[in-house]
Design a protein around this ligand. Structure first.
Ligand SMILES: Nc1ncnc2c1ncn2[C@@H]1O[C@H](COP(=O)(O)OP(=O)(O)OP(=O)(O)O)[C@@H](O)[C@H]1O
Length: 238
């Protein structure tokens, strides 16, 4: 198995001299693995994703992604590394309101020659293919983003994350706006796209019904330094 993400001896806190939000002695996520990150509101799931995505730095320890130690990168190098290797489905989608659906989907290719070089077709054709897989019909591809429903925007955000075949997909509550039928459909497509791309998926969700889709369930309480870990009777993750 090939390791894609490795964390060692990580400690993270938002403010100095406070109890760390979490401590992670060691964690490895393998290529193609699908990991569900669960935990109570405020337990640090989004923070954990931001740490892996290089948006935040740990106070201690090493985050290694695709064999690169993120701590040696400058902020600009981190941004470029993320643009090249990570597709992100944010909780608030972060779609650009003045761009059309298709323009939003192809946007990551403007920031990454690596991802652009992996698209063998014309970029709009690739974007259309992804949008159709995610159930966004052709009549919507030229529409302004804010004319789409929240569920449709969530699927556009997923298409944008996958364009240019990034190795890692980070998803923060991507099914929260979907009804149970659309949620099942979305999860099926998400996993199919991960399989086709051999991408590693790390997803945050409160939804207990999604566990069967994943290879590994990671309760964030395992890493919390508060009494929550003891309350939940979790042993430290090693
Ligand atoms: N920018 C910030 N500055 C300081 N503290 C923060 C910041 N962002 C989050 N926190 C704190 O870190 C803790 C974890 O927040 P985080 O958003 O990671 O939790 P979460 O598990 O994703 O929550 P939810 O399920 O409600 O989205 C919370 O106590 C929050 O107040």
């Amino acid at each position: 198995m090939e390791s894609v993400i490795h964390l060692s001896d990580i400690s993270f806190n938002w403010k100095d001299n406070t109890t760390p939000l979490f401590n992670i002695p060691s964690l490895t996520i393998q290529k193609g693995e699908k990991v569900l990150l669960q935990g109570r509101s405020g337990s640090g799931k989004s923070t954990f994703l931001h740490l892996i995505g290089g948006f935040l730095s740990s106070n201690k320890g090493k985050v290694s992604i695709l064999d690169h130690d993120l701590s040696v990168f400058s902020p600009a190098e981190k941004d470029q590394f993320r643009a090249d290797h990570v597709g992100y489905i944010f909780q608030q989608f972060n779609l650009i309101p003045y761009l059309s659906v298709i323009e939003n989907v192809v946007l990551p290719l403007r920031f990454s020659t690596i991802r652009k070089s992996k698209v063998r077709k014309e970029v709009n054709t690739e974007a259309e293919k992804l949008l159709l897989k995610l159930g966004i019909t052709v009549n919507l591809h030229g529409s302004e983003i804010n004319t789409l429903s929240v569920g449709q925007q969530q699927r556009v955000a997923a298409a944008r994350a996958f364009i240019g075949h990034p190795e890692i997909i980070l998803a923060d509550e991507p099914t929260s706006a979907l009804d149970s039928y659309s949620k099942a459909q979305f999860m099926d497509v998400l996993l199919q796209l991960c399989k086709e791309n051999n991408a590693t998926l790390i997803m945050v969700s409160h939804d207990e019904t999604l566990t069967s889709y994943f290879d590994q369930i990671l309760p964030i309480s395992t890493f919390n330094s508060t009494s929550e870990a003891l309350e939940n009777n979790h042993l430290p993750f090693i």
